[in-house]
Design a protein around this ligand. Structure first.
Ligand code: SF4
Length: 183
């Protein structure tokens, strides 16, 4: 099976997944989208209302900002892969429960195996704690982290920039570091 077929099969499984209670309240599961051979993967927290409605990741207001940030480092959405820790929306965008994260993480692990990106950009505390451990975002953002098998870059979730304008400046500065490292 080719990586594209493996990813399609995985996303079909996610679309019908009932491994945690979120399947009962979602409209659409949101597996993620982008290039199967992406060098960079972006991982957020969970789908929001627009994402749930359309079944696509980061298509709401935070998605507009993420798209700008990706273009700011010289790439397009089609050249990277965008997903989140949870593939189904928590009601009212509440914080994901540990049991939901535990149930869903195998899908993200499998996406990482298939796509095998050179760099994983973690967007916000849930992505950070789920993939590399409980870091304080204030200390961790703007830093690269070498895991056993992968390199991660840590920054805030774009949704935080919509709530707190000062966080937008911090995210922009983090992405400038990322751009400098990639160029
Ligand atoms: S959040 Fe993940 S584990 Fe829960 S139903 Fe959705 S795809 Fe399945």
């Amino acid at each position: 099976m080719t990586p594209t077929e493996e990813l399609e099969n995985l996303h079909a499984m996610i679309a019908h997944c009932t491994e945690c209670p979120l399947h009962a309240t979602r409209t659409n599961a949101v597996p993620g989208e982008g290039a199967v051979d992406a060098k960079i993967m972006f991982v957020g927290e969970a789908p929001g209302a627009q994402e749930d409605k359309l079944g696509r990741p980061f298509v709401g207001r935070s998605g507009e900002l993420l798209t700008e940030l990706i273009e700011g480092i010289g790439l397009t959405r089609k050249e990277v892969f965008i997903t989140s820790v949870l593939k189904s929306r928590p009601p009212n965008n509440r914080t994901p429960k540990k049991s939901e994260i535990d149930a869903c993480l195998p899908y993200l692990d499998r996406q990482l195996e298939i796509i095998d990106p050179e760099l994983v950009v973690l967007l916000g505390g849930v992505a950070v704690s789920s993939l590399i451990g409980p870091w304080k975002m204030a200390d961790a953002h703007g830093r690269f982290y070498d895991g056993n098998e992968r390199t991660f870059f840590i920054t805030y979730h774009p949704a935080a920039a919509l709530r707190f304008p000062s966080t937008r400046e911090v995210i922009l500065a983090d992405f400038e570091k990322l751009r400098a490292e990639l160029s």
